[in-house]
Design a protein around this ligand. Sequence first.
Ligand SMILES: [Zn+2]
Ligand SMILES: [Zn+2]
Length: 63
Amino acid sequence: MTHHTDDATDHAEFVTDPVCGMLIDPTTSATSREHDGTTFYFCSVGCANTFDADPHRYGHPHP
Ligand SMILES: [Zn+2]
Ligand SMILES: [Zn+2]
């Protein structure tokens, strides 16, 4: 049985803001968006708005 709890409070995993490329901590990000089942985190609402305008330009290329 590999049933481990999803408790990652003791170490932060940093992610990249897809708009500006800044490394941010998801727990302290200004805001986030979910797109195609992936959650993207942003350093600011401005970056999220830019993402909203054209997610595929910043988020991920679609096949
Ligand atoms: Zn997409
Ligand atoms: Zn940003």
